[in-house]
Design a protein around this ligand. Structure first.
Ligand SMILES: Nc1ncnc2c1ncn2[C@@H]1O[C@H](COP(=O)(O)OP(=O)(O)OP(=O)(O)O)[C@@H](O)[C@H]1O
Ligand SMILES: [Mg+2]
Length: 1063
C-alpha cells in the first residue's frame, strides 16, 4: 500500500471503524488496516482540506511536521502547494518521477511541484487558459528552487516536441546569469535572490516553448555598497575575482582578492572561492547560450570591476573642509578608464554638485560624507541599471524569433514573501506591500474561482467568511491619503522634509485606521519596545513595525545630475545607453522609488489577474539551513504570514472535497454492486447510487453538474475506508482476472505457436501429398501408356505395367485354376504371358493328372491301364472302340448261375492248378459248317483260353483249351461282336478256326492282351470278307461284313456267315 493511499485515512474514525469491522472481517484484512493506520499516523494527510480540525494551527503544523519527517515535503491545500525546504537532495526529481506526473490529476499522485507544473501546462495547452504560478515564501524557503523545478519539468515535458532545444536552453541558462548578478549570500540563504522575478514562458499552438520574457522587481541595490556582517555582495563580484583569467584581470585592473575591495570585504570561507571560480565558468557558458557576445561580456565585466574600484575611491578633506580625491588616486582613474569617461570630470562630479536655482547654475562642493554618498549612489545606480539592462538583454535573446499570434504563456512569479525583521525599513515596507497585493489577488482569484466553480456546477453559493485585506492595500496605496501618497508628498514638497516629518504626517492622517498603529496610540507595554521613529502596520499576516529612517532618501533615490550626465557620456556601451535613457533635460522630478514600484506592481497584478493562478507556498523549516530540523515556532510564524490558515479556511468554507463524477466513481465504484465492475449509465447517476449505498447525510454533500462536493473530510474518510476494506476483495478479483488474462495471453501465444507448427506440418503434408499425387499421376500415366502398349514388346515404358499385369494375372490365375482333370478351360492371360500360360497350363494339367493318378484305387488304375491298352489296340482301328470307352471293363461277365458253373469247372481237374482266371464271359459259337449258333462260356486264364459248352446249363463242358501263346485272333474294323480265333494246327484237338460272338469284344481282348502281353496276336481287318479255316488249315467258309442298322450274325443265303455291323 503506497503512502498516498494511506494518507487519505482518518485516524480516529478508523479506530472505531476497525473495531466494528473486527467482528466482520478476517484477521488478514485487519492486518492491512492496521498497517494503513500506522502509516497514516506517521505521514499525515496529503491535502490539508482533509484535516478534520482545520481551524487548529497546531494540527496544521503537526501535519506538516509528520510529513517533513518522512521526507514528504509537499502538501496541498486544495490546489495550493505547500513546500517545505528539505535542505537536502531528495530523489523526487528524477526522470522517472517526472514521468509519474505526466497528465495526472492532483489526487492521482503524491503532491509535488511537478503536479502544479503539469496541471498548468495542460490547462494551457488543452484548454487554452493562460497560467501563472505564484511562488512565495521567506528568504531561503525554496522559491527559486521551486521555480527552477517548474522550468525543468516543462523542459522535460516538452522534450518530444521539435525545435525547442535552443529556446529551452536559453530559458534554463537565464537562471545562472540572473543569479550571478541578482543573488547573494545572506544569513538566511546562501543563494538568496535579491530581486523579484516574474518570468513568462511563451508556448506555441503545439505546446512547445518558443520564448520567454522576464520582469524584475526591486533589486536590493543597497547590497552593492554595504552588507551585514557575514553576508556577501552579489555573487558576480566574487565570481569575477576568482574566475577571470589573467588577461581579463589585467584588463580590468583587478587584483583577484575580494578583501582588497571595500564593497567585498566579507569574503566567506576558502572553498567558497573555488566555487566562485567554477560558477564564473558557468556564467560564461550561460552568456554564450544567451548569445551575449565577447564585446558585450567585456562591457559587463568592466562595469562590475568599475563598481569594485569605485568603492575604493578615497576622499580626503581639503583645507576648506570639502572632500577631494587625490590626483594620484588610482581607483578613480581605473573607474574612468573602465567606464571610458573623463577622469577629471569623474573626480569633480564625485566631489561637487551643480545646482540650478532660479536660472543660476551654482557649483557646490561636497563634504566627505556627501561625497561618499554620491560615490555609493553612483555604484548602486550603475549596478542597478546594469542589472536592468541584463534583464532587457535576456529578454531580447528569449524573444520568439517570429511573431506568433497563437502563442500563450505560463508566468512564474518568484518573489519575496512577507518579511518581518527586528528592524524593518523601506525595503520591507515595499516587500510587504507587494505581498498584501498578492494576497488580495489570491483572495479575489480563489474566491472568484470558487464562486465560478459553484456557478458552473449549479450549486448554491454559500458566502465564505474571510478577511479581505483590501483595507490594508487601501491604507498603503490609496490616492492622496495612503502611505505611499503621503511619502511621495513628503519627498516632493519643497522645504525641509525629513523622515520624522513624514512619520508625523502619517500619524496625523492615519491614526484612526484599524491597521495603522502609531507610537503615540500604543499601550504602554508596546511603547517600550517601539521606537518613536517607528510605525506599525497590521498586515493580514501580522503586525510589522517599520522604522522611518532613510525612507525619504530611499524613496527619492537621487543621483546627482553631474554624475548622471557624465555616465551618459560613457564609452562603455551599456553604461552609456542606461544613463542616456534618463531625460536629463527634463526638469520634472523622476518618479519616486515607491511610485515606480507601485506602478510596476499594479502592472504585474494586471498580468496575473488575466491568468489562471497556481500557488506554491514555500516554508523554511529552520534558520540553520539544516536538513531534518523542523522548528515549530519558525514554521508557525511562516504559516501565519503566508496566510495559510486563512487560505485553508476559505477553501474549507464550502466543501472540503470535490471530485469529478468520473474520478469519484472510478475510485469508489466497487462499493456498490450496482456500480461494480462497470457502471453503464452516466457517471452522475453512478455517484448518486454510490451516495445512497454509502448513506451520506443530505447536508454532507451536493451533486453539481460535473462534480460531487463533500462537506466534511470525515464523510470522505468513511468512504475511503470502506474502499480500503473492499480493496482486498477487489484485489482478489483483479488478481484472478489478471491471472485469467495472463493465462489467456499465454494460451493465445501457444495457440499462435501451434498454428504456426500446424501450418508448417500442413504445408509439409500437402507437399508430400502433392508429390505423391504427382507420382501417382506419373504412375497412372505410365500405366496408361503401359496399357496401350501392353501387347507390344517390353519397353521401359510398359515394363512396370507388364510386371504388374503379370502379378495380377498370376494372382487371378491362382484363384481360378481348373480343379478337375477333365476341365480343359484355362483363364486368359496377358499377351506377354502366353508362353508362361501355356507352360503353366501344361504343368497344371500334369499336376492334376498326377494328383488324379495318385488318388486312383488299384482297380481304377487297372481299369485305366486297360483302357489305355484298348486305345492303343483299337483306337482308329475298330469302329466300335469309341463306344467301349465309356463302359467300365469287367473281368467277369457271367451271370450268377454261370458263375457257379464256372467255379465248379475251375475246381475240376480240367483247370490246371496255378492258373489264374482273368476273364469270363458268355459267348456264342458259330459252327464252321452251317454257322449254327451255340451257347458257350469263355474263360481266359493267364495261359489259355477256355471255350466251354454251357448249353446244358448244369455243368461246363470243356470244348477247347487254347494256350494263349499259340492263338491268333482276327476281328473286323466295324462295330460288331465277331471274333475269329485262329487255332494253329499243332493243337491236336483243332477243328479249325473258331467263330465266336462276344458282346464285350474290346473289353475281352484288352484284358487278355494285358495279361498275355501279346497284342500282335490280334489282327484287325477292314475287308468285307474274311476267310476262316476249317480243320487242319483247310480253307473253310467266308465271313461277309456288311453294315446295317440291326446288328446280327447269321448264315446268309450265300452260305457265308453274314455279319451286320452297325454304323
Ligand atoms: N526542493 C529542494 N530540495 C533540496 N534543497 C532545496 C530545495 N529547495 C530549496 N533548497 C535549498 O535551499 C536553498 C534556498 O533555496 P532558494 O534559493 O530557492 O530559496 P528562496 O526562497 O529563493 O530564497 P530567497 O528569497 O532568498 O531567494 C537552496 O539553495 C537549496 O540549497
Ligand atoms: Mg530565491
Amino acid at each position: 500500500m503506497g503512502f498516498s493511499d494511506v494518507e487519505s485515512l482518518d485516524y480516529h474514525w478508523l479506530l472505531s471503524r476497525i473495531e466494528k469491522q473486527r467482528v466482520l472481517r478476517a484477521v488478514s484484512v485487519q492486518g492491512v488496516m492496521e498497517h494503513a493506520l500506522q502509516h497514516r499516523e506517521r505521514v499525515g494527510v496529503q491535502d490539508f482540506v482533509l484535516l478534520e480540525d482545520f481551524r487548529s494551527e497546531a494540527a496544521f503544523i503537526d501535519n506538516l511536521r509528520k510529513r517533513f519527517n518522512e521526507n514528504l515535503i509537499y502538501t496541498y491545500i486544495g490546489n495550493v502547494l505547500i513546500s517545505v525546504n528539505p535542505y537536502k537532495n531528495l530523489p523526487i526529481y528524477t526522470e522517472e518521477k517526472t514521468k509519474l506526473y505526466y497528465k495526472k490529476a492532483f489526487f492521482e499522485a503524491p503532491p509535488h511541484v511537478f503536479a502544479i507544473a503539469d496541471n498548468a501546462y495542460r490547462s494551457l495547452v488543452y484548454e487554452h487558459r493562460e497560467q501563472c504560478i505564484l511562488i512565495s515564501g521567506e528568504s531561503g524557503s525554496g522559491k527559486t528552487e521551486a521555480s527552477k523545478k517548474v522550468l525543468e519539468y516543462i523542459a522535460a515535458r516538452t522534450n518530444h516536441l521539435r525545435n525547442v532545444e535552443t529556446v529551452k536552453d536559453k530559458l534554463l541558462q537565464s537562471n545562472p546569469l540572473l543569479e550571478a548578478f541578482g543573488n547573494a549570500k545572506t544569513h538566511r540563504n546562501d543563494n538568496s535572490s535579491r530581486f523579484g522575478k516574474y518570468m513568462d514562458i511563451q508556448f506555441n499552438y503545439e505546446g512547445a516553448p518558443e520564448g520567454g520574457h522576464i520582469l524584475n522587481y526591486l533589486l536590493e541595490k543597497s547590497r552593492v555598497v554595504s552588507q551585514m556582517s557575514g553576508e556577501r555582495n552579489f555573487h558576480i563580484f566574487y565570481q569575477l575575482l576568482a574566475g577571470a583569467d589573467q588577461d581579463l584581470q589585467r584588463h580590468l585592473r583587478l587584483q583577484g582578492r575580494p578583501e582588497v575591495y571595500k564593497y567585498t570585504t566579507d569574503v566567506g570561507p576558502m572553498n567558497q572561492k573555488m566555487n566562485d571560480a567554477q560558477q564564473f565558468r558557468i556564467v560564461q557558458e550561460a552568456m554564450k547560450v544567451i548569445e551575449i557576445g565577447e564585446a558585450e561580456q567585456r562591457d559587463m565585466f568592466e562595469i562590475v570591476a568599475s563598481v569594485l574600484h569605485l568603492g575604493n575611491v578615497k576622499f580626503v578633506q581639503n583645507d576648506k573642509g570639502y572632500a577631494e580625491i587625490l590626483n594620484h588616486d588610482a581607483n578613480s582613474g581605473n573607474v574612468a578608464d573602465l567606464l571610458r569617461v573623463d577622469a577629471i570630470k569623474l573626480r569633480e562630479s564625485l566631489t561637487s554638485r551643480t545646482i540650478e536655482a532660479r536660472g543660476d547654475v551654482v557649483n557646490t562642493p561636497l563634504d566627505i560624507e556627501q561625497a561618499q554618498y554620491a560615490r555609493d549612489a553612483l555604484a548602486k545606480a550603475i549596478y542597478e541599471k546594469h542589472f536592468s539592462w541584463l534583464v532587457a538583454r535576456l529578454n531580447s535573446s528569449l524573444a520568439p524569433k517570429e511573431k506568433d499570434n497563437w502563442s500563450s504563456v505560463i508566468g512564474i512569479l518568484d518573489i519575496y514573501g512577507f518579511e518581518i525583521f527586528p528592524k524593518n525599513s523601506f525595503e520591507q515596507f515595499c516587500i510587504n506591500y507587494c505581498n498584501e497585493k498578492l494576497q488580495q489577488l489570491f483572495i479575489q482569484l480563489t474566491l472568484k474561482q470558487e464562486q465560478e466553480e459553484y456557478l458552473r456546477e449549479g450549486i448554491e453559493w454559500e458566502p465564505v467568511e474571510y478577511f479581505n485585506n483590501i483595507v490594508i492595500c487601501d491604507l498603503i496605496e490609496a490616492r492622496h491619503r495612503g502611505i505611499i501618497a503621503i511619502l511621495d508628498d513628503e519627498c516632493l514638497r519643497p522645504g525641509d522634509a525629513t523622515d520624522a516629518s513624514f512619520l508625523e504626517k502619517l500619524t496625523q492622517h492615519l491614526d484612526g485606521h484599524k491597521h495603522y498603529k502609531s507610537h503615540r496610540k500604543m499601550d504602554i507595554r508596546t511603547q517600550k519596545t517601539m521606537g518613536r521613529d517607528e510605525f506599525c502596520l497590521v498586515h493580514y499576516a501580522g503586525e510589522v513595525t517599520y522604522n522611518v529612517s532613510t525612507f525619504l532618501e530611499k524613496n527619492n533615490d537621487l543621483l546627482f545630475r553631474d554624475i548622471q550626465s557624465l555616465m551618459a557620456s560613457s564609452g562603455n556601451a551599456i553604461v552609456g545607453s542606461c544613463f542616456k535613457d534618463l531625460n536629463l533635460t527634463s526638469k520634472k522630478r523622476p518618479e519616486t522609488a515607491i511610485t515606480q514600484f507601485k506602478n510596476s506592481l499594479n502592472e504585474l497584478i494586471k498580468i496575473l489577474s488575466s491568468k489562471e493562478p497556481s500557488y506554491i507556498r514555500c516554508i523554511k523549516p529552520n534558520d540553520f539551513k539544516q536538513p531534518m530540523q523542523f522548528d515549530d515556532k519558525l514554521v508557525s510564524h511562516q504559516v501565519k504570514y503566508l496566510g495559510l490558515m486563512e487560505n485553508l479556511r476559505v477553501r474549507r468554507a464550502g466543501f472540503a472535497y470535490r471530485r469529478t463524477y468520473d474520478a469519484f466513481l472510478e475510485r469508489y465504484k466497487c462499493l456498490s454492486s450496482e456500480t461494480w465492475p462497470n457502471y453503464q449509465g452516466p457517471a452522475r447517476m453512478g455517484v448518486q447510487k454510490l451516495v445512497e449505498v454509502l448513506n451520506y447525510d443530505r447536508e454532507d454533500y451536493r451533486l453539481g453538474n460535473t462534480k460531487i462536493f463533500i462537506r466534511f473530510p470525515k464523510t470522505l474518510f468513511e468512504t475511503e475506508d470502506a474502499y480500503q476494506i473492499k480493496k482486498n476483495d477487489i484485489a482478489t478479483i483483479i488478481q484472478s482476472r489478471w491471472r485469467g488474462y495472463w493465462q489467456r495471453k499465454q494460451y493465445l501465444k501457444m495457440r499462435a505457436a501451434a498454428i504456426v507448427i500446424q501450418k508448417w506440418v500442413r504445408r509439409f503434408l500437402a507437399q508430400r501429398l502433392r508429390d505423391r499425387r504427382r507420382k501417382a499421376a506419373d504412375v497412372i500415366r505410365s500405366f496408361i501408356k503401359g496399357f496401350i502398349t501392353r501387347n507390344g514388346p517390353e519397353t521401359p515404358e510398359n515394363r512396370r505395367f507388364l510386371g504388374i499385369a503379370k502379378v495380377h494375372w498370376l494372382k487371378r490365375l491362382s484363384t481360378r485354376l481348373p480343379t478337375k482333370v477333365l476341365d480343359l478351360t484355362w483363364p486368359p492371360c496377358p499377351a506377354t504371358c502366353q508362353e508362361a500360360s501355356r507352360e503353366l497350363h501344361r504343368l497344371h494339367r500334369a499336376h492334376l493328372s498326377r494328383k488324379y493318378r495318385l488318388a486312383l484305387s488299384p482297380q481304377d488304375k487297372k481299369q485305366f491301364e486297360l483302357k489305355v491298352l484298348a486305345e492303343k489296340m483299337f483306337k482308329g482301328k475298330k469302329n466300335s472302340y469309341p463306344s467301349s470307352i465309356a463302359e467300365r471293363f469287367l473281368e467277369d461277365r457271367l451271370t450268377s448261375e454261370h458263375q457257379v458253373l464256372r467255379n465248379t469247372f475251375m475246381a475240376s481237374p480240367s483247370w490246371p492248378t496255378g492258373e489264374q482266371l482273368i476273364y469270363s464271359c458268355e459267348a456264342v459259337k458259330y459252327d464252321r459248317r452251317g454257322y449254327k449258333p451255340r451257347e458257350r462260356a469263355l474263360l481266359a486264364s493267364d495261359r489259355a483260353l477256355y471255350v466251354l459248352d454251357a448249353a446244358a446249363r448244369k455243368t461246363y463242358k470243356l470244348k477247347h483249351r487254347l494256350p494263349l501263346d499259340k492263338l491268333r485272333v482276327v476281328v473286323t474294323n466295324e462295330t460288331d461282336s465277331l471274333v475269329l480265333i485262329k487255332i494253329p494246327q499243332e493243337l491236336k484237338k483243332d477243328k479249325g478256326d473258331l467263330i465266336i460272338s462276344v458282346t464285350h469284344l474290346i473289353e475281352a481282348l484288352t484284358i487278355v492282351t494285358d495279361y498275355s502281353k501279346k497284342p500282335d496276336i490280334i489282327e484287325i481287318v477292314d475287308t468285307r470278307t474274311i476267310a476262316h479255316n476249317l480243320v487242319n488249315g483247310k480253307q473253310g467258309g467266308t465271313i461277309e461284313v456288311t453294315k446295317g442298322t440291326q446288328p446280327a450274325i447269321q448264315r446268309a443265303k450265300s452260305g457265308n456267315l453274314l455279319v451286320v455291323a452297325t454304323p
